[in-house]
Design a protein around this ligand. Structure first.
Ligand SMILES: Nc1ncnc2c1ncn2[C@@H]1O[C@H](COP(=O)(O)OP(=O)(O)OP(=O)(O)O)[C@@H](O)[C@H]1O
Ligand SMILES: [Mg+2]
Length: 348
């Protein structure tokens, strides 16, 4: 048992110290520090390629850190990998079920992988009852609905009574109803089984609904952490996103009451910084969108009544936090991650 977990009297299920993963010249995870308390549902939120799966792989002993260390369920992931594996369950976004077998046959394989004793079936029956799966169902898993498959995957991950459950993008590709069903299950097993859960997601709503603590990861680095409420306070106001048909001297707006900051943004090709490829866009942080917007529109109309293309109002949510921290929407980071784009920004 490693005592590193006893920090300020709190027990931590997961501790990462400067955890780093480098693949060739690619830094996938860049010196991350994390402390996740036992009993929590912790969300690692980030766009495609941010480094989420690489973190999970190191914490579950599937890949070794290039640098730094991690303690999971009180064991060192490098020096005590087997102990870590005994104490964790893992659900990946990839298919792990054998479609040609029944649910009980799939569970039997899992029990062998974890070298469970004769009582594996009894444990399986309890979990199946809990998740409302019919243990006498002799249908092949290939005929199961997505919701049933997810329930079975969770049953299998919990069979050896892990302290911590890792879920890598648990709801990716699910329809809205199945996603909600899974959210309820995740909350239920956390509350009733006391399992600590680390999940990764790039669904902002999912992190908001499920997680009591969050870290936002981008380009391998943790760029913010805290509860959803704490993270929302980073934004400190509503954001008006206004797109214009042509370039526009936004300095005429800066003295309007209630405006906190204005940031200009447009995308341009890397080797051609001279003119924006896309029309100008402004991100205007205001105390209250509803009171500022009419004044703002009337000022812009004085300059040119036909210049506004779109207006979007964002109340603080995890997406606006990401925008605030990176200057980009979640989707934009994903769309531009492998292209030769970069963002120009000017603020006052
Ligand atoms: N085995 C590998 N070899 C080389 N590069 C890798 C490998 N695995 C991941 N990477 C790179 O590391 C970076 C982080 O990848 P990772 O899979 O951890 O991101 P992610 O946040 O899980 O993304 P996604 O949301 O798409 O699942 C990416 O640039 C990826 O291309
Ligand atoms: Mg991933």
């Amino acid at each position: 048992m490693n005592n590193v977990c006893n920090i300020n009297g709190h027990q931590h299920a997961i501790i990462c110290n400067k955890l780093t993963k480098v693949y060739g010249s690619q830094i996938a995870v860049d010196h991350i520090d994390l402390k996740i308390r036992y009993g929590s549902i912790f969300g690692l939120l980030g766009p495609n390629g941010a480094g989420k799966t690489s973190v999970i792989k190191m914490l579950t002993g599937l890949s070794s850190p290039t640098k730094g260390e991690a303690i999971v369920a009180d064991y060192n992931v490098v020096k005590e990998t087997l102990k870590v594996k005994e104490n964790i369950g893992w659900i990946s976004s990839e298919v792990i079920l054998d479609d040609s077998l029944t649910s009980m046959e799939n569970i039997w394989i899992q029990s062998k992988l974890h070298s469970l004793g004769k009582n594996w079936k009894q444990k399986a029956q309890i979990l199946m009852k809990y998740f409302e799966l019919d243990e006498r169902d002799d249908k092949k898993v290939g005929q199961f609905s997505t919701g049933m498959r997810k329930k079975l995957e969770i049953t299998m991950a919990l069979l050896h009574e892990p302290k911590i459950l890792f879920m890598d993008e648990p709801t990716i590709g699910l329809d809205a109803n199945t996603r909600r069903l899974l959210w309820n299950l995740i909350k239920k097993i956390n509350k009733e089984y006391g399992v600590t859960i680390l999940l990764t997601t790039h669904y902002i709503e999912e992190a908001d609904v499920l997680c009591d603590s969050l870290a936002i990861i981008n380009h391998g680095k943790i760029i913010a952490r805290g509860s959803s409420q704490e993270l929302k306070s980073i934004v400190g106001g509503d954001i008006l996103e206004i797109e214009f048909f042509s370039d526009f001297d936004f300095s005429i707006l800066k003295n309007i009451d209630g405006i906190k900051t204005i940031r200009e943004e447009y995308l341009s090709y890397k080797d051609d910084g001279s003119r924006p490829e896309k029309p100008l866009k402004l991100f205007i942080k205001v105390k209250n969108a509803e009171t500022v917007l009419p004044v703002l529109i009337s000022e812009i109309n004085k300059f040119d009544p036909n210049i506004i293309k779109t207006i979007r109002i964002d109340k603080p949510n995890l997406e606006t936090i990401f925008l605030e921290l990176t200057g980009m929407h979640f989707k934009e980071v994903e769309d531009t991650s492998d292209k030769e784009f970069y963002t120009h920004k000017r603020s006052f």
